[in-house]
Design a protein around this ligand. Sequence first.
Ligand code: ATP
Length: 359
Amino acid sequence: MASVSLSKVVKSFGAIKVVHGVDLDIQDGEFVVLLGPSGCGKTTTLRMVAGLEDVSGGEIRIGGEVINDKAPKDRKIAMVFQNYALYPHMTVRQNMEFALKPQKLSRQAVDGKIADVAAMLGLEALLQRRPAQLSGGQRQRVAMGRAMVRTPEVFLFDEPLSNLDAKLRTQVRMEIAKLHKQLGTTVIYVTHDQVEAMTLADKIVIMKDGHIEQVGSPEEVFAHPKNVFVATFIGSPAMNLFHTKVEGTDAGPVLVSPSLRFAVPAEWAAKLRPGEGVTLGIRPSDIRLARPDEAGAIDARVEVVEYLGVEALVDLRVGAQEFIAQMPAGVRPHPDQTVRIAFDPAGLHLFNSQSGRAL
Ligand code: ATP
C-alpha cells in the first residue's frame, strides 16, 4: 500500500508560516498534482513528503505509517527534480547504479533493473554517455530512470518539465502519463502549469498562500470551482468576472452591473437576496453569438480579434466592461463591429462578492 496522507501539516521557516495546516488524502496509485501560483507552498509540501524539510506540525503518513521522523532514504519514495540533479561525472548507467547502491543488490539484479528501465524509457543507446552529452529531454528521462530503478512506492515530481521547450514538454508529459498508466505507482507532482495539471492528474490540489483552496478531478475544478480564485486560476483564457448587485423585480432577481443587466435562471432565484453583491463568472468558451431574436442577448463591441487557427479570441466591450469570448474561427467577427452575444445558463457561475465563495 502506498497511500499518502497529510494531516494538519504545518511548515514554518523561523517565524514565518508558509504551509498552514494542510489535510490531504492520496490513494494508492493516484496521480495527484499540486497546482498554484509561485510561492503558494507546493514545493515545500512536496519536500516535507520527501523528508528534505522537517515538518513543523501535523503528520505525514505513507502506507498508513507516520514518517515524520524517517530519513528520506527509508521512505520508499523517489524524487525527480526540476534541474534533474544528475551527477555530471557519471555516465547514465552509473547515475542509475548510484541510486541503487543503498539496496545492496547483486550485480545481476542491478543490471536487470537498469536494462528494464532503460528499455521502458528508450535509454539503451545512451547508457555510456555523461549528462553533458545529452539533450534536455534525454536528461529528463535519465532523471526519471534513476528514480524508477529504485521501484519506489511513491514518485515525487517537482516541476519536471519546466526546463524543456514547449514541444518537448508536451512529448515528455505524455511519456509521464504513459509511465504512470504502466507502473501504477502513486505520484505527487508539483507544477504551476494548469495544462500539465489538467492533462496528468487524477486529482488536482489547488493551493494559495499555504492553504488548499480545492481538491477535485480536473473536470470538477473546471466545472465547479469552489471560489473565485480557483475559477480564475483554472481555464485559459481566464474566466470573465462581472461585479454585480442583485435587484429584485416582479419577474425574479436580476444581476445589475454599471454596464449590464443579467436575468438569472429561475432555479437560481433562491440563492440570491436583493441588495447582495454577486460576482458573475462566465468562461470565454461559454460566450457565443446570439441566435436571431434571442431573448436576453446583449450588444457588445468587438475591440480586438486574435486568430488562433481553430478558434479566435475576441475582446469584447459593453460600456466599461471588457471581457473575452472564445469563438470558432469561422465566426470571427471584425474589430469595431457590434455583435449580439448570449450565454447559456449552464455556463454561468455565481460567487458571493465578499467571500468569493461559489453560491
Ligand atoms: P514556486 O512555484 O515558485 O516554486 P512554491 O509554491 O513551490 O513556489 P515554495 O517553494 O513551497 O512555493 O515556497 C513557499 C513559501 O516559503 C515562499 O514564500 C518561500 O519564499 C518560502 N520559503 C521556501 N523555502 C524557504 C526557506 N528555506 N527559508 C525561508 N522561506 C522559504
